[in-house]
Write a protein that binds this ligand. Structure first.
Ligand SMILES: Cc1cc2nc3c(=O)[nH]c(=O)nc-3n(C[C@H](O)[C@H](O)[C@H](O)COP(=O)(O)OP(=O)(O)OC[C@H]3O[C@@H](n4cnc5c(N)ncnc54)[C@H](O)[C@@H]3O)c2cc1C
Length: 425
């Protein structure tokens, strides 16, 4: 049995690219529906907006480096987007976070300078726009660091983190807190929920304070679990009680800062009357020549046809299954069967032996024109990791590309005359 629904725009994917595109479209007055088979990388990645961390050397000024990369590599997504769009998208995002679901919570940073944030294994990671709760960890400061682990979160090793930070010249030491919980261990989300409880975090601070020493020196690094519902209050309260700057260090998944970002963007979409359906895998489309009229999603054994004037494909890349390499070594975009770009030539290797080397297949994505329009389809725009030409994990550019391209795709649809007339009618 099939139901049928009509929208101005349907967005496929609820990662950063899809949520941003959906929220901006809804704010612009479009009737929009975001369809996703599940959540995206938000729940796995650190929750920072890394615009460009390496190009190929470590980047200090991301704005300048994006401009240079766009000039040097016309196939890179940033060459299509341009630095100005990246900057506008960052402003849009920061404003939505600051005005969003979580009171007081905000992101800090811009394209002028990358923060250098400690990871859980004690290396520094360049990132342009970061949650306020992480900023005090910046490795460019010489203030000593105290990395705090807990017996409850077994995947976060404070001593490893502090030792490795020491190796790169930072003054860092580890403290481990024995926590008595009703469960032997917790994941990051479980612990974040505890921090949302004022009396629990009060006890945590009381237990931690004496271990920090009385000299008042040192900023305190905790795993990124400082609340999921009200992180701003948790963070400010801990700083007040400990009398020192406090910062979060991203953990293994699930990523609490990424989940906060997801919830804020989802609420932004919904408050602008956009719709989000999670658990709705798009399995096919209805087309007339170069136009897609509808996509078909399958949820709970039922097919629903979503017709729209515009579609944004923000289904991610290989990691989310939107682009597939099958057992016969065929690569395809799974929903529309769109042409791909960046594929190694026949006979050339797709992978190389060294794990961290540049893998030839890594740059594959859907072929688009300068407006992010999928080759061969006039009303399908592509955003995020589905775009070709980048190596996000190596460049540390995935979140910047997802944000800026989702933002740009929505802007292009809103600017299209036909849609604007219908929206304002
Ligand atoms: C573990 C991990 C760590 C990372 N760390 C970093 C980092 O430190 N810095 C950085 O810049 N980047 C990092 N990245 C990469 C970055 O997170 C991604 O490049 C970026 O978030 C991609 O966003 P996206 O919206 O394009 O796709 P995704 O976040 O992958 O979202 C894809 C969405 O499409 C949906 N979807 C797919 N197929 C269908 C279908 N057929 N029907 C309906 N829905 C569908 C998925 O369910 C999902 O909602 C990391 C990624 C991972 C996985």
């Amino acid at each position: 049995m099939r139901g049928k629904l009509h929208f101005d725009a349907v967005v496929i994917g609820a990662g950063t690219a899809g949520l941003v595109a959906g929220a901006r479209l809804a704010e612009g007055g479009a009737r929009v529906c975001v369809l996703a088979k599940g959540v995206g990388s938000t729940h796995l990645a650190p929750g920072t907006i890394d615009v460009l961390g390496y190009s190929p050397e470590r980047v200090e000024r991301p704005g300048r480096a994006v401009t240079q990369l766009a000039a040097d590599d016309p196939e890179h997504p940033y060459a299509l987007l341009g630095t100005e769009v990246v900057e506008d998208a960052l402003h849009w995002f920061s404003a939505r976070i600051a005005a969003g679901l979580l009171p007081g919570y905000r992101y800090v940073g811009d394209l002028e300078r990358n923060h250098l944030l400690p990871t859980a294994v004690g290396v520094l990671r360049p990132s342009a726009l970061v949650p306020e709760t992480m900023a005090a960890g910046d490795g460019t400061s010489s203030e000593p660091l105290v990395v705090v682990g807990t017996s409850a979160l077994r995947d976060f090793h404070a001593s490893l983190c502090a030792a490795n930070l020491g190796q790169i010249g930072l003054e860092a030491r580890a403290v481990v807190l024995e926590l008595t919980l009703d469960r032997a261990d917790q994941n990051s989300l479980g612990l974040a929920r505890r921090f949302d409880d004022p009396s629990w975090r009060g006890q945590f601070a009381d237990q931690l304070a004496p271990l920090l020493g009385s000299d008042g020196r040192g900023r305190v690094g905790l795993p990124a679990v400082l609340g999921i519902a009200d992180p701003h209050t948790v963070w400010t309260e801990l700083q007040d009680r400990l009398g020192r700057p406090v910062f979060e260090i991203p953990t293994l998944p699930p990523s609490v800062p990424g989940m906060r970002m997801f919830e804020i963007l989802r609420a932004t979409l919904r408050s602008a009357r956009g719709r989000l359906v999670i658990g709705a895998e798009v399995v096919g489309s209805e087309r007339q020549q170069a136009r897609v009229n509808a996509v078909i999603s399958r949820a709970a054994g039922r097919d629903v046809v979503y017709s729209a004037d515009w579609f944004v494909l923000a289904g991610g890349g290989f990691a989310s299954g939107a682009i597939e390499l099958d057992s016969r070594w065929r690569t395809r975009e799974r929903i529309f069967g769109l042409p791909l770009r960046g594929l190694p030539e026949p006979g050339q290797p797709r992978f190389v032996g060294e794990y961290f080397a540049e893998q030839p297949i890594a740059r594959v994505g859907v072929a688009v024109d300068g407006e992010l329009r999928a080759e061969g389809l006039e009303n399908v725009l592509v955003a995020g990791a589905a775009l070709p030409g980048a190596i996000p994990w190596r460049e540390l550019s995935g979140e910047g590309i997802a944000l800026a391209s989702g933002y740009r795709a929505a802007g292009a649809i809103l600017a299209a005359a036909g849609v604007r007339e219908r929206i304002t009618a």
